[in-house]
Write a protein that binds this ligand. Structure first.
Ligand SMILES: Cc1ncc(COP(=O)(O)O)c(C=O)c1O
Length: 329
């Protein structure tokens, strides 16, 4: 079987990051919850230089971003959570853990119901599973929803992989006003270190200060060797460009073969995934692929609206992408 059902990187961790991890393995003391000075500096520099943040924002390293996504509504005690209709399942799990009321919303913020200071709104650009990239107009409309007191949280863990569209970070779209805005970034895919569990949040200094106080006592401190490896990873964009190119080439090879096999490609503008459909139910499509020795993900895993789609991850070796193309042809 060729497994294209999981967004788990298969390309190697860059050597320099592995060496940084090894070189920091003597770590007898507790690491700082807020991150070492060099890590905080590296994250802030990355936010300014690569994500386009201007003005006064704060940052906090986290153990992966899934852990943060799952606990955020609970930690910040938000009792209403908006999630995209087709979305990464952990947004819903996090809302359930917080016993919050869940509202599934469209991408367009104009259609969202009224929000208030108890509301946490999740956006995800580029999206898992669809690869949709928010337009600047959609981002500005989402940012405007903060006027109700709502907290806007943007999960941008696929930011590093542009394709037909270049993602913009909410840190840049906010134009220096980070009030009730948190962005979530992960190095899992960016630097092929999903096994290290390295991520961070950046945005509203007041909210991040509140989270820091909680995490000092609740734990979830990023381990010191991972902090060191993260500094090295954030200082280099060349390995990120190479990885983005690998995914772009894999997608550009897989898409024509899928179209020839009768699939319609939807969104898939950036990130890791191809979101497509041949018009049958998601499980019928999953069966079609499984008969050819390929595992893909049924779209209904991401919400009812995905029930006619499948998600195909580009996290396979180039050889396996070649086999995938041969088998569906
Ligand atoms: C949209 C989205 N957010 C967050 C994550 C979590 O990534 P990690 O916990 O490795 O940082 C994933 C992982 O697949 C994801 O797809």
């Amino acid at each position: 079987m060729i497994d294209l059902s999981q967004g788990t990187p298969v390309d190697p961790t860059p050597q320099a990051i592995q060496i940084a991890l090894q070189s920091a393995s003597n770590a007898p003391g507790y690491p700082l919850t807020t991150g070492s000075e060099e890590l905080r500096g590296a994250i802030k520099k990355y936010c300014r230089d690569i994500l386009g943040a201007q003005g006064d924002f704060d940052v906090l390293p986290t153990i992966g971003s899934k852990e943060l996504v799952a606990s955020l509504a609970y930690l910040l005690q938000r009792s209403k959570v908006f999630i995209p209709k087709i979305a990464y399942p952990t947004y819903k799990v996090g809302a359930l853990l917080a016993h919050a009321q869940i509202t599934e919303v469209d991408i367009n913020p104009q259609s969202w119901p009224a929000s208030d200071e108890k509301t946490l709104i999740w956006v995800n650009t580029p999206s898992n599973p669809t690869g949709y990239v928010h337009t600047i107009e959609e981002m500005e409309a989402a940012l405007a929803k903060r006027a109700s007191g709502a907290l806007l949280v943007s999960d941008e863990c696929y930011f590093s992989f542009p394709d037909r569209k270049n993602p913009i970070s909410f840190l840049s779209a906010a134009q220096g006003d980070f009030t009730r805005l948190i962005t979530v970034h992960s190095l899992s895919k960016r630097s092929n270190i999903a096994g290290y569990r390295s991520a961070f949040i950046a945005g509203d200094p007041e909210l991040i200060g509140e989270l820091l106080q909680l995490r000092k006592h609740a734990g979830e401190i990023m381990p010191a060797p991972i902090q060191r490896a993260t500094v090295t990873a954030l200082a280099d964009e060349e390995h990120v460009r190479q990885q983005a190119e690998r995914y772009r080439v894999r997608r550009s090879r897989a898409i024509p073969a899928l179209i020839k096999a009768g699939f319609k490609i939807e969104h898939s503008q950036a990130g890791l995934y191809i979101w497509c459909s041949n018009g049958l139910s998601d499980w019928e499509q999953v069966s079609w692929f499984s008969e050819r020795g390929i595992i893909v993900t049924p779209g209904s895993f991401y919400g009812e609206q995905g029930a006619k789609n499948i998600r195909i991850a580009m996290t396979a070796t180039d050889q396996n992408i070649t086999k995938f193309i041969e088998r569906i042809s």
